[in-house]
Design a protein around this ligand. Structure first.
Ligand SMILES: *Cc1c(COP(=O)(O)O)cnc(C)c1O
Length: 401
């Protein structure tokens, strides 16, 4: 099976348009920006000088390879073998920096001087402002006004790093609206500006490009598993899914190994039977958002439904086209995990292993409760980020646990 985009950026070989996801549904005015990227990204990111600098920054600036940790107590608890891929140990605290490092180097090669990005919880904004400081580029971050209020400490970090935060007051004043505003900025600044999208979403080539930058996760993991278990392949890989970039990264080098089960956790919020969740794959329908065709949370007449999850990184109303496709062909499965289940999993990991996970990552950990493993199975969980940013939410629930 070949799971790659075609020349127009679609996943899926079928000529039936209902079976394909991705593409670039862009307004005429964005044509030049996107064409420049589409025509150049592969040649640049596969070039020797790019690879050399990318690998060197991942090693000495980000701190890669991220360790693969055998979680002994957790393994005993679930009577199987559980490894954690420690993306939480990366500089800035999550996998997002893998992508922003790749894109800032690409922007440099394209001769860009100014960077724009959208952010919801502020994690991608911080990762973007970080690489802009590193590379001395102008940095503008679009953030919904609602999120600016809720995520004050990340706003402060972005400012200290030299980024300018523009509060977005349109729509629901959250991530979706910030993304619209960033796309609009890009239309008016096509020559000097690069737009760093934070996940495997948006028009072609972003889903494929961001997947490639995040694929370093599974590239490292194959070697680490050989070292630790004698085999490159685990039985299961578990990850959480917002837009889908950390899951895409840890799945990538296993997509064709059909004996490896790929399972992702969606933000189930207060339950998929309520209207407050972010379970795009379980509950979404095909549509177009941010210039890409994928599954979306929408009403009967195509209005986007505002998603909800306890974890800010999971509440995007869409999902990357790769995941819509993997779901369609049943190569990966997508299970929703509620806020409450994620909280329980976060406290369990903290107590058993001394690791406080990001709330997003706790959704992946909660899958352990929903699946059955054998004593000889090898299960790898992508620990996409650390929990410092979520302490306030955790503290509110300490008494409950
Ligand atoms: C942003 C974020 C996510 C969700 O984004 P994906 O693109 O789905 O990976 C997950 N975990 C953490 C820690 C994040 O910061």
């Amino acid at each position: 099976m070949k799971i790659q985009i075609d020349k127009n950026g679609y996943y899926g070989e079928s000529c039936l348009s209902s079976d394909r996801f991705g593409g670039a549904f862009i307004p005429e005015m964005m044509h030049e920006n996107i064409k420049e990227l589409q025509d150049n990204y592969m040649e640049i990111i596969e070039g020797p000088s790019f690879i050399k600098e990318y690998k060197s920054l991942l090693k000495d600036y980000v701190g890669r390879p991220s360790p693969l940790f055998y979680a002994e107590s957790l393994s005993m608890h679930y009577e199987t073998n559980i490894y954690l891929k420690r993306e939480d140990l990366n500089h800035t605290g999550s996998h997002k920096i893998n992508n922003t490092i790749g894109q800032i180097l690409l922007a440099e090669k394209l001769g860009k001087k100014r960077i724009i990005a959208e952010t919801g919880a502020g994690q991608h904004g911080v990762a973007t402002a970080t690489v802009c400081a590193l590379k001395n580029m102008e940095c503008v971050i679009y953030m919904g006004e609602e999120d600016v209020q809720r995520q004050a400490s990340n706003v402060a970090r972005i400012k200290m790093l030299g980024g300018k935060v523009i509060p977005v007051t349109s729509g629901n004043k959250t991530l979706k609206d910030a993304t619209n505003e960033a796309l609009r900025d890009w239309i008016f600044n096509p020559i000097d500006t690069h737009y760093i999208i934070g996940s495997v979403v948006g028009p072609h080539p972003y889903p494929d490009m961001v997947t490639r930058f995040q694929s370093v996760i599974s590239e490292e993991m194959k070697l680490q598993l050989i070292e630790k278990t004698g085999k490159p392949n685990p039985g299961y890989i578990l990850a959480c899914i917002g837009g889908g970039s950390n899951a895409a990264g840890i799945f990538y080098h296993y997509l064709n190994d059909e004996n490896v089960k790929l399972i992702a956790a969606e933000g189930g919020g207060k339950g998929v039977e309520t209207n407050e969740h972010a379970a795009t794959i379980s509950k979404g329908k095909t549509g177009i958002l941010h210039a890409s065709k994928s599954l979306l949370m929408q009403t009967e007449d195509g209005q986007i439904i505002e998603p909800y999850s306890i974890s800010a990184g999971l509440d995007y109303p869409g999902v990357g086209p790769l995941h819509a496709y993997l779901n369609k062909i049943k190569r990966a499965s997508y299970i929703s995990v509620t806020d409450q289940e994620a909280l329980v999993a976060a406290f369990r990991l903290t107590q058993l292993e001394g690791i406080i996970p990001a709330l997003e990552s706790a959704h992946a950990l909660a899958l352990l409760e929903k699946l059955e493993f054998k004593p000889n199975d090898i299960v790898v969980i992508n620990l996409s980020g650390r929990g410092d940013k979520d302490l306030n939410t955790y503290l509110k629930h300490v008494k409950d646990e």
